[in-house]
Design a protein around this ligand. Sequence first.
Ligand code: GRF
Length: 193
Amino acid sequence: VSTAILISGRGSNMASLVAAAAEPGYPARIDLVVSNRPGAPGLARAEAAGIATATVDHKAFPDRESFERALDARLREASIALVVLAGFMRVLTPWFVARWEGRLVNIHPSLLPAFRGTDTHARALAAGVAEHGCSVHLVTADLDAGPVIAQETVPVLPGDTAETLAARVLEREHVLYPRALATLASHIARNRA
Ligand code: GRF
């Protein structure tokens, strides 16, 4: 299944997906990495792994929807069937979400439905939860509220800061996302056959 990964920054989840997809028999093929930020460190990482990259700079467009039309055109030009958000820091409009319904997935650093939105690790600490983690979910028009397809849990430890907790969660993200993408891509391939 031809897959694109959308990033905005360092791209560590993207790198874990690219590494997993290089394994024989993995059901998703990473054909394109797109950043909305020129010079995002993840772009160089993708290039080093031999993946085609593109930049669609949201600042070059007058509004969200024209940015998304350009992004959508780039994805269609590459015959992409599945879109994976990995640290992509733009909220997508209902137009884009509807166009990719069931084929658009995100990873979020919390145990959804807890802590939608940003600053999840600091908020988890402030709330005093004993467990935290990450979730992979299908993207719907409501931010971080689409159906969860996989989760990993980590303990919150005494002395944790937002940084130590984020690092513990990120390690699990790098395991969870490749697994969840494999499940989704196999499902899409089966429905197509
Ligand atoms: C991850 O924690 C992801 O869950 C969140 O943003 C971070 C992106 O990190 N949405 P990276 O760019 O994949 O390294």
